[in-house]
Design a protein around this ligand. Structure first.
Ligand SMILES: NC(=O)c1ccc[n+]([C@@H]2O[C@H](COP(=O)([O-])OP(=O)(O)OC[C@H]3O[C@@H](n4cnc5c(N)ncnc54)[C@H](O)[C@@H]3O)[C@@H](O)[C@H]2O)c1
Length: 285
């Protein structure tokens, strides 16, 4: 059985995704505990939240007093024990199996046995993450999209041992955050990254092989298939290192049709990681 009333939400990791999840949960009246391993990472999570709230206030999406309320509902910590009285915890730490396994082992130690434990993993197996736990039946994937406050979708990923009650609760929680959910089995890349990563890699290969200029590849896909961004622009937004890491995981699990594009590897080796470094396939200010 999983506890159905979710008031207090724990978030593990105060990075891009963790801070976004904390913000959205607090914006929907949850008390939130956001935990990272070092104080400066917690601070940087709060900076992300402040920037995002400021943008929402300045474009009149959110009244100022509500933004203050959101901020007040989020408590930052480096202390694992502070997650003890949460009714649900979402893990958004690094995309490394060992890190996630350690985090879930810690959560099993400090949290109550009947709360839902979710991971925001992009590509790793929910079943593997939960495999050493006493209660793998309450572990689920809640795959939020970046940026969390803006993107409407959440992918619910069901592990081998995840119960129907846990799955229903995960949908209900995400829908309570005004997100729209869909469900995927615990197969590599789930729905989104399984389809997105080969699309991005093919865009990069098409550019590398001289099919068209990068601008024409992007505009061709935007206007030709009605997507908001072409593959090269989207890869720059996601981060080329993140795309490479996801592609490598899928390649390992699913074989050669997921082989990362040569130019993607070269760009990452050169440190051109996309928007976040100012240089990817395009240049950014
Ligand atoms: N960035 C994206 O576009 C995106 C989209 C969907 C899902 N994801 C997934 O979300 C997760 C987080 O990604 P991110 O982009 O926010 O990463 P990030 O690097 O921005 O943040 C990760 C944070 O986790 C912290 N951390 C590491 N170990 C920890 C531990 N044991 N306890 C608490 N905190 C710990 C790090 O200090 C860091 O602040 C990953 O699994 C990633 O695959 C990312």
């Amino acid at each position: 059985m999983v506890r159905e009333t979710i008031d207090r939400v724990g978030v593990v990791g105060a990075g891009t995704m963790g801070s976004g999840i904390a913000q959205v949960a607090a914006a929907h009246d949850h008390d939130v505990v956001m935990r990272d391993i070092r104080e400066e990472f917690v601070e940087s999570g709060f900076e992300n939240i402040d920037d995002s709230l400021e943008r929402l206030v300045s474009n009149e999406t959110l009244p100022e007093d509500e933004a203050e309320g959101v901020r007040e509902r989020i408590e930052g910590t480096t202390d694992l024990e502070d997650l003890a009285n949460c009714d649900l915890v979402v893990e958004a730490a690094l995309e490394e199996m060992d890190v996630k396994k350690d985090v879930f082992a810690d959560l099993e130690d400090v949290c109550d046995d009947d709360i839902l434990l979710a991971t925001n993993t992009s590509t790793l197996s929910i079943t593997s993450i939960a495999s050493d736990l006493e209660h793998p039946e309450r572990v689920i994937g809640l795959h939020f999209m970046n940026p969390v406050p803006i993107m409407e979708g959440v992918e619910v990923v069901v592990g081998e041992k995840t119960t129907d009650t846990a799955t229903d609760l995960a949908h209900e929680f995400a829908e309570g955050l005004e997100k729209t959910t869909w469900e995927a089995d615990d197969k590599p890349g789930f729905v989104t990254n399984r389809i997105l990563m080969p699309w991005i890699n093919e865009g990069i290969r098409a550019y590398d092989e001289g099919v068209a200029t990068k601008e024409d590849i992007d505009v061709g896909m935007e206007l030709g298939t009605n997507v908001p961004m072409g593959p090269l622009t989207l890869a720059d937004h996601i981060g080329l290192d993140v795309c490479l890491h996801a592609s490598e995981t899928l390649h390992e699990e699913l074989g050669d049709r997921y082989k990362p594009a040569y130019l993607l590897k070269r760009k990452v080796e050169a440190g051109d990681l996309g928007k976040k470094t100012g240089q990817g396939f395009y240049e950014y200010d």
